[in-house]
Ligand binder design. Structure first.
Ligand code: SF4
Ligand code: SF4
Length: 145
């Protein structure tokens, strides 16, 4: 079975029956423009029970679906960002059509596990994957020429 489903990259929503459950990784990793929340900083509204303003959360939160939730990352809950330690995102810059596939490390070392490496290599077979490490470093994996 393939580790990634590239046809799900552009999916606008979650792949049923996937749900975020107890995961709140994107509430720290992602920037939220409406809240002026920078990336890599926990949202002021996130807690142990999840989002405290869930019914009124901004559109930026409502519309965000990581690649696990979209079904582009194979596997069950073990591949969910709070279990794997890596959150994948994909988007296209509207003005240029440029594609971006990003892998955010949630805790140190998570990008180096065999499970994460296998996913990174599968995504990187035909596109660049940019890696955001927990300590602030960035690097990239490029497809073999
Ligand atoms: S990182 Fe993905 S699975 Fe986790 S809360 Fe965000 S969208 Fe849901
Ligand atoms: S408002 Fe809620 S959903 Fe949005 S980042 Fe904050 S805790 Fe997460």
């Amino acid at each position: 079975m393939s580790l990634v489903r590239l046809d799900r990259l552009r999916s606008p929503g979650a792949l049923a029956p996937r749900e975020c459950g107890a995961c709140t990784v994107c509430c720290t990793v992602m920037a939220v423009t409406e809240l002026r929340k920078p990336s890599r900083r926990a949202c002021e509204h996130v807690g142990a029970a999840g989002c405290a303003i869930h019914p009124e959360r901004p559109a930026g939160c409502r519309e965000f679906h990581c690649l696990w939730l979209r079904g582009a990352v194979a596997g069950g809950d073990a591949a969910r960002p709070d279990a794997l330690g890596v959150m994948f995102d994909y988007f296209v810059t509207r003005a240029t059509g440029e594609e971006h596939l990003l892998a955010f490390e949630v805790w140190p070392g998570a990008l180096d596990t065999p499970e994460a490496r296998a996913l990174l290599e599968a995504f990187a077979r035909d596109r660049e994957v940019r890696l955001s490490y927990r300590d602030g470093r960035w690097s990239a994996l490029s497809p073999d020429p």
